[in-house]
Design a protein around this ligand. Structure first.
Ligand code: ADP
Ligand code: MG
Length: 699
């Protein structure tokens, strides 16, 4: 139940005087709501800039191009001549220093005369212009008398608008809504308010909508920041509440005695790195907890995430339960399967693969073995979430490269078991603050070190004009038995790939190097792709021309050279991912970034970063600086997904603070009881994060 205190804020905006059905529609559109917006929606629609009307010069001193408020006496009117409605209605006015012309186009007859009566004093505010040597204001924003001046705000907020909705209507509606604002209890802890210098909520709304200083509406100022914090706190609190409810049925645990894991570790041809061990231990601990796991395992390409995922799967198999590993592409799914299957076999675990390619009898058999519990770990693509894929007892869902999946797909997988633990693998390292906002309150494991014995990659940028040299060098490398990737960008980013670049390059390289050249691209059928990849891994072909299908996960440790054509077209994250295909074995590797001249500033900066470092976490941070957060995951979002006020580039610091406060609240007052609890419930309703409240009952 919503605290009754909030009722005035949840009244429809159509209850405001002057907001009728036509405006309702416009406001719905503006505020992005399917129903009539409430007053709270309006109040959380923040200004983007201000108009400063405080300049009060004499006419002589008015600076053209600036907003001024003039004190004038109206001298005479010159209405548009009869029958020439397109001519303006001019009003001549003056003060003791000069004249000004106020210009109105298409004015209602009589309107301007009433607004500016001859012989009277008026205050006129608008943008001053010089026209024919005379100062002029076209359509003054404000015309008021002495009494009106007292009410005129010196600084007007400017809002994002939608066509058909005048800023005046919006301002009037906001002013009305502010009058309805009830006194709300404080939900944020006093020490947070003190530390961050946050003013009270009501003062904040008042100040952003009626700025007193030009800086009042700045996103990093105290007023906007407080709202951003409130929004983030509501978000983090809701996530924490939901998570706290994700308890398993009493007594169930998803990790066993470690026996199977020990067998797998025994079978490894290498020793786990310290961060792999730490990640595996953290996961096992999560699996033993009475609360469901939600953990993100971040690690550069080649950092060895797969084996950590396998150990997690083995842990649940130790208690007779099943795991699923979902990858975004078929190549990747097959590769996981190839890595996992022999190791798993060593521990007596049965692993199967299910993609679009397993059909008919084969598929039926897999599904039967899955339903009976014979299969311990099922690896696959989207095919895993089909309705007829039923597990005996799914306990763990591992999702690789999760940002390539939608929320729906992830949920569809986790809903195939009871209280399924979730492990997300990502080779796109994201700064910690963003992890919180994108993935919610997830625990985080990072594989920061590369497996032992990895050689650094020598990365160079080479202009296209030296293509011939590069081709020669590739020829020498082929002669020496090396494996070379040659990457061509997709001209279009869509699925309907324009292949000409890759195909043409393939033809020209084949012309020179014959059968040692292969081609793989996203439009090829799965088995064909696999065949070419296998030939490459087996050294049957030495030069693989590829579109970005090799971007994710493909593992041919012997490959030591990569040429990336039109490297200036790739984003940092993608270049990093691509380059991660080499430098995986014990031999040193070379990456050549071919670029088209002239190089733009951003592209040059990207190529510089990629040359300087192979640390994905650093690259992600640089990427963030260069592009803004929206693109880190390849999604173009201006703000934080699901947040209206908080902005990652400005309020990143606040995300962690809000999370800390949310966790503290949950520790002190998990059922949100008492006065503070009531205040926090208000907060959740205000920011529409109340969906978790039914889980904890009334306050
Ligand atoms: P990614 O994190 O990109 O998924 P993979 O799990 O595919 O990385 O591992 C990349 C390669 O590194 C694989 O060939 C794997 O066998 C190998 N590998 C994983 N862990 C280690 C380790 N601790 N020492 C040596 N090689 C390892
Ligand atoms: Mg991988």
């Amino acid at each position: 139940m919503r605290p009754p205190l909030l009722n005035p804020l949840f009244a429809p905006i159509t209850s405001l005087p002057g907001v009728g059905p036509k405006q309702d529609k416009l406001f719905r559109y503006l505020l992005d709501r399917s129903e009539t917006p409430r007053l709270v929606d309006l109040l959380l629609h923040l200004p983007v800039s201000v108009i400063d009307r405080r300049a009060r010069p004499k006419i002589r001193d008015a600076v053209p191009g600036t907003v001024v408020t003039l004190e004038v006496t109206v001298d005479r009117h010159r209405p548009a001549p009869q029958g020439r409605s397109r001519a303006p209605h001019l009003v001549y006015a003056s003060d003791d220093t000069g004249d000004v012309v106020l210009t109105y186009f298409r004015a209602q007859p009589g309107y301007v005369e009433k607004l500016l009566p001859v012989g009277e004093k008026r205050y006129v505010s608008g943008t001053a212009q010089m026209f024919d040597g005379t100062l002029q204001i076209v359509h003054p924003d404000r015309v008021v008398d002495e009494a009106g001046l007292a009410l005129l705000s010196g600084i007007d907020p400017v809002y994002p608008l939608t066509e058909g909705l005048a800023v005046g209507s919006l301002r009037r509606a906001v002013a009305q809504a502010l009058l309805k604002l009830p006194t709300l209890p404080e939900w944020t802890a006093p020490e947070v308010l003190r530390r961050c210098g946050f003013p009270p909520f009501a003062e904040v709304l008042e100040r952003v909508h009626r700025p007193v200083e030009l800086t009042d509406i700045l996103p990093d100022g105290p007023f906007w920041s407080r709202l951003a914090y409130d929004e983030l706190l509501a978000g983090q609190l809701a996530l924490a509440l939901v998570r706290a409810q994700l308890r398993r049925p009493a007594g169930t645990r998803n990790a066993g005695d470690g026996g199977l894991r020990a067998k797998i570790i025994d079978a490894l041809p290498y020793a786990l790195t310290a961060s792999q061990q730490a990640a595996a231990a953290a996961i096992a601990e999560d699996l033993r907890q009475p609360v469901r796991m939600l953990r993100l395992l971040q690690g550069d390409v080649g950092s060895g995430k797969t084996v950590v995922a396998l150990l997690a799967a083995a842990a649940v198999a130790e208690v007779g339960k099943q795991a699923a590993l979902m990858a975004p592409t078929e190549i990747l799914a097959r590769q996981h399967f190839k890595t996992i299957a022999p190791l798993a076999a060593h521990a007596g675990l049965r692993v199967a693969i299910l993609t679009g390619r397993e059909k008919g009898k084969e598929r039926r058999e897999i599904l039967a073995a899955l339903a009976s519990g014979e299969i311990h770990c099922l690896v696959g693509t989207h095919a895993l979430i089909q309705d007829d894929v039923l597990f005996n007892d799914l306990a763990l869902a591992v999702v690789d490269e999760q940002h390539r999946f939608g929320v729906r797909e992830r949920l569809a997988l986790t809903s195939k078991g009871a209280a399924v633990d979730v492990l997300v693998l990502s080779a796109t390292p994201i700064p910690r603050t963003l992890v919180l906002s994108y993935f919610g309150d997830m625990d985080l494991s990072e594989l920061r070190e590369k497996p032992a014995g990895r050689q650094p990659i020598d990365t160079r940028a080479v202009p296209n004009s030296r293509l011939a040299e590069v081709m020669d060098a590739v020829g020498r490398a082929l002669g020496a038995g090396k494996l070379v990737y040659w990457i061509c960008p997709l001209v279009e980013e869509s699925e309907t790939v324009n292949l000409t670049d890759a195909e043409q390059r393939f033809e020209s390289l084949k012309f020179r190097y014959g059968d040692r050249v292969g081609l793989v691209h996203g439009k090829m059928r799965g088995p064909d792709k696999d065949r070419v990849m296998a030939q490459f891994a087996a050294h049957e072909i030495g030069l693989l021309v590829a579109t970005t299908v090799v971007e994710v996960g493909v593992d041919v440790p012997d490959a030591t050279i990569m040429v990336i054509e039109n490297a200036e077209r790739f984003g940092l994250a993608q270049l990093h991912q691509l380059r991660g295909r080499i430098g995986r074995g014990s031999e040193s590797s070379t990456c050549l970034l071919l670029y088209k001249e002239p190089l733009g500033e951003m592209s040059a900066a990207r190529l510089r970063v990629i040359r300087e470092t192979t640390d994905g976490f650093r690259i992600a941070e640089e990427d963030l600086k260069l592009r803004g957060e929206g693109d880190v995951l390849g999604t173009r979002q201006s703000g934080l997904p699901g947040y209206r006020i908080a902005r990652p580039e400005v309020h990143a610091q606040l995300i962690a603070q809000a999370r800390d406060e949310a966790l503290q609240i949950l520790k002190d007052n998990p059922k949100l009881k008492g006065e503070r609890g009531e205040a926090l419930r208000c907060l959740l309703y205000l920011f529409e994060r109340d969906e978790a409240l039914p889980l904890i009952g009334a306050g």
